[in-house]
Design a protein around this ligand. Structure first.
Ligand code: ADP
Ligand code: MG
Length: 244
């Protein structure tokens, strides 16, 4: 039996009268890698943001480890500490060194002493292949290096779910591979991952499941083989014809 890490039930999200998520239902198991694909504007980022409480949801429920984050009694900050997020544009703090970027949250939230946090940062930087960059500032890094630091920073709180929102979309093509390698390693190590991506190769190779979103709905979800070789829905077929 695997544990359910994320359970989304009839999730709805509107911005004003724009209903962006119409009724999303999905369960994600511990250790599962779920890739989300779909056209621009289909609600993929909004969906990810609903999973860690960055958006106030308009209806339905989101449960993380059986804790309903839509319940006003839930301490959302506590839940959020278990969820790491990586964005398209890295969002590193430019005035802090790589080490300071990584150790900020664990120290500020009293999860670790400064010493422990620095040790952890060194371990994480080794994991992402950037040990020698520990004391530099982000502006001296390439895009691929910045994104690897952002992944290390997200891992510093020991999250047990990682959300990625198009982590390679802002990168020059030659830097995509190094970031995907780090993500593959995380997947192999059993991290539960939800990855919004245009990297169909990654989705095919690493995804346990691929979800195709369009118009605020999950139109189709299946194994990568099924989605990429035998998509059932015309909208999925149409999308894949355009991107593959
Ligand atoms: P995707 O990530 O699939 O491209 P998004 O979730 O970013 O889609 O956006 C889906 C829709 O929600 C778009 O129409 C977008 O304009 C709208 N939207 C997203 N965030 C906001 C916001 N903060 N305020 C108003 N509208 C938003
Ligand atoms: Mg998006």
């Amino acid at each position: 039996m695997t544990n359910t890490k994320v359970k989304v039930t009839d999730l709805k999200k509107s911005f004003g009268d724009n209903e962006v998520l119409k009724s999303i239902n999905v369960e994600i198991a511990e250790g599962e890698v779920v890739c989300i694909i779909g056209p621009s504007g289909s609600g993929k980022s909004t969906f990810l943001r609903c999973l860690n409480g960055l958006e106030e949801i308009s209806g339905g429920h989101v449960a993380i480890d059986n804790v309903d984050i839509t319940n006003p009694k839930t301490n959302i900050n506590k839940v959020r500490e278990e969820i790491g997020m990586v964005f398209q544009h890295f969002n590193l703090f430019p005035h802090l060194t790589v080490a300071q970027n990584i150790t900020l949250a664990p120290i500020e939230l009293n999860r670790m002493t400064k010493e422990e946090a620095k040790t952890k940062a060194a371990e994480l930087l080794e994991m992402v292949g950037l040990s020698e960059k520990i004391d530099v500032f982000p502006n001296s890094l390439s895009g691929g290096q910045k994104q690897r630091v952002a992944i290390a920073r997200a891992l510093a709180m020991n999250p047990d779910i990682m959300l990625f929102d198009e982590p390679t979309s802002a990168l020059d093509p030659e830097m995509v591979g190094e970031v995907l390698e780090v993500m593959k390693r995380l997947a192999r190590e059993g991290m539960t991952m939800v990855v919004v991506t245009h990297e169909m190769g990654f989705a095919r190779e690493v995804g346990d499941r691929v979800i195709f979103m369009d118009g605020g709905y999950i139109v189709e979800e299946s194994t990568p083989e099924e989605i990429f070789q035998n998509a059932q829905h015309p909208r999925t077929q149409d999308f894949l014809n355009k991107v593959l």
